[in-house]
Design a binder for this molecule. Sequence first.
Ligand code: NBY
Length: 899
Amino acid sequence: SRARGPMVRSVLEINKPANTANGAGKVDLAGEVANELKYRLAAPKADTDKLYQSVAWSVHNRLVDAFDKTHEHWNKEDPKHVYYLSAEFLMGRTLTNAVHNMGLQGDYAEALKQFGQTLEGVHGAETDAALGNGGLGRLAACFLDSMATLDLPGWGYGIRYRYGMFRQAIKDGLQVELPDYWLDNGNPWEIRRPETRFNVGFYGKLEGDKWVPGEEVIAEAYDVPIPGYGTKTCSNLRLWDALPLVELDLDAFNAGQYEKAVEQKRKADDIAAVLYPNDATEYGKELRLKQQFFFVSASLQDTIARYLEKHSDLAGLPEKACFQMNDTHPTIAVAELMRLLIDVHGLPYDKAWAITTKSLAYTNHTVMPEALEKWPVAVMQKLLPRHMQLIEQINDAWLASVKDHSASKGAQLQAAKKAEREAAAAAAKEERAKAAAAALEAATTPEEKAAAEAAAKKAEEEAEAALKAILEEDAKVDYVAEVLKSYSIIQENQWNKGEMLVNMAYLAVVGSFAVNGVAAIHSEIIKTDIFPQFVELTPEKFQNKTNGVTLRRWLAYCNPELSALITEALGTDAWVKDATLLAGLKPFAEDAAFRKRWRDVKFAKKAALAKHIKEVTGYEVSTQPLFDVQVKRIHEYKRQFMNAISIIYRYKKIKEMSPEERKKVVPRVCIFGGKAASAYYMAKKIVALVVAIAAKVNNDPEVGDLLKVVFLPNYNVSEAEVIIPAAELSQHISTAGTEASGTSNMKFALNGSFIIGTMDGANIEIGENTGFENLFIFGVQAEEINRLREERKDFKDYDPRWTEALEWVKAGAFGRADYFDDLVASVNDMTRGNDWFLLANDFASYMDAQDEVDKLYRDQEEWTRRSILYTAGNGFFSSDRTIDQYAKEIWSVQPCRQA
Ligand code: NBY
């Protein structure tokens, strides 16, 4: 846990009698905090930790009030709700956000004065709630904030993991993973609901259609109140904990079978124990499917139970509830909703299917084939036999419905193939005729002429026979069956013939009324590359909802200095709720005095980050250089390695320069952060390389402030809140077509940071909003990737800068040459690796873009002018806009606000 702060004041001085309300009917917050300190925590000393907890518990009370009023109102009005089903919610800290959203910052600041403390002072004592991996989980958290702010009746549903995302530390230059004990000091932000419990079954057998589970656990609800900004609305994130039906089997215990006595408890404990720390795949892991089914089943049972308190006919469910499935992780909901409607509530299959497909919607977050979940039928059959049976039934009905379409499409394909073969044959025939004529022409003797004629005739006969054979082979191909297969939810594993898999994305598409991608380019790619056959049938199902981020956390609260400046310039703080107002900053970009103040704020944020860097890494960095940041999960497709190689080249050049030349260098601090999945071999090597570069460069007296490299360990929401406001340049350099959207790019842009990036994900829309002339765009476009990957096998066109830097790593300039060998080979040795993500290919244009960055940074007035345009131009990326679109275009959910 965090370092303890200094002791503030003796509790005796502040422990006034606990009165809860003062004369004006206002709650006496200081008294309440003192009460929490004394009675809930029984704390003898008001140190920073204890004071944080006391304040948090006091805020908890305010949240409960707001929560109860909101739900009373919604209960009375009975509006349609959206339920955001997500295996991940990356909430970060709550105190500052809750206090500000509820407008209580002044009151709590006042209360804390009596303890000699400030809100900022206790903020750091809170542990992050890191129940997510990266962008997908954080998006879910931003969405909750916007839903509440827009007064939309909606809840999040997920799992109360006892251990969230692992804590990353660097030991001997390598990443090590430590467990995240986030619940150690209790959790003031949740309300346990022992009265809200549902049973969830697993395994067992089928007796006809009847499922007799072999194992059962209890799902128990914990509610996390979600206060909206500038509204009384306080919605809910309901997280499920897993409990055993029987905690202790006393008979077994008494018989001395101690393991067996607690077996049920251990099994239940496993379900809600850990978040899978992989942001790409967890192929085939039974416990993961167990987690998914566990929270989906509990959430659906809970919703149906609440629906039935007010309504009797489940046919009306789609008018009252919409379930948004966050990626494929909760898509077992398709089968579970069917099961609940048919097996538990006695509906016929067709009616159940109509309800299901009107209630579910699916968001896709990835095009990486390995990240589209496919569950082995064998695993599904064992863990969820009834669901497997239903999925087969769903698939059969689905395939029957596309039979006619497949027949005509198959016939078309067959005819097209035949025409293609015949056209090719005709062209070849023409070629042969020309060659034969030439041979005849060249023949001088009658013997030669005869031989030429015979050869031509033979070639002709052979070609005709070959065509006939090919056409016969083609005729044997069952095109109709091939087309039908392309629609099947159950398919053979292409890497492991014979193994059958359930394609969860296909199940989601078939079971949903809407499917969306998360940025414009991504929504197009899923239509052309991932689900083209489904688009043919129901184009209207496919939508785009470009991601957004909450401006409360990611601008107003993490950058109060910039916020104050914006509010002053615009003459209002209404931009916090209506981000389009940020456009009003544009004219200020032309105002030199304003630019100076803008720079001063950035400078202050850089100073705060420099201090943080010193505290956690020991490295001392100046606040003068350009702060260049790449923070995100470590992945080959995100290409941190390319960034690292460019830094190595920069370093090498600086060392080779004369003192005169060095004076012209634009100094940089290159900052990295991000976790590598524990089993991701290459990602871990990338972390190690960056750490090694930092160790060498930062201790090289020849380089001094011209270049510093920092790897900030344990990148998480709270780290991001310190890093993003301080960035001047941020890197979003994924291979075009691989990053679905990205959301940190939006946060950086809103905080006035430039973007160096590829034409990928939301970078493109940020370019459209900021003006592409203000971004540093490089690299190939998504449409070229397939061709280039084909050609990469004989790629030789290495930029000399690339080769020079890589040779240096290979030669051991950063130590561990053997350890880095596979990493280097992955991008630079076409026989071992194959540079799948095209680092070598894009390197030259990346370096050129970096030169442009340096050039512009030398002109601080122009740099600042454009930095202002980033903030002014990107109000579009508020998650309020995104959620408004979801509500109107997918959910059909209306605001329900208390007077
Ligand atoms: O979702 C991210 C995308 O990479 C990013 O481009 C996008 O902006 C963001 C929000 O739409 N995806 C992501 O974060 N995915 C995961 O974290 C994830 C986690 C687990 C698994 C797969 C993906 N899994 O299969 O276990």
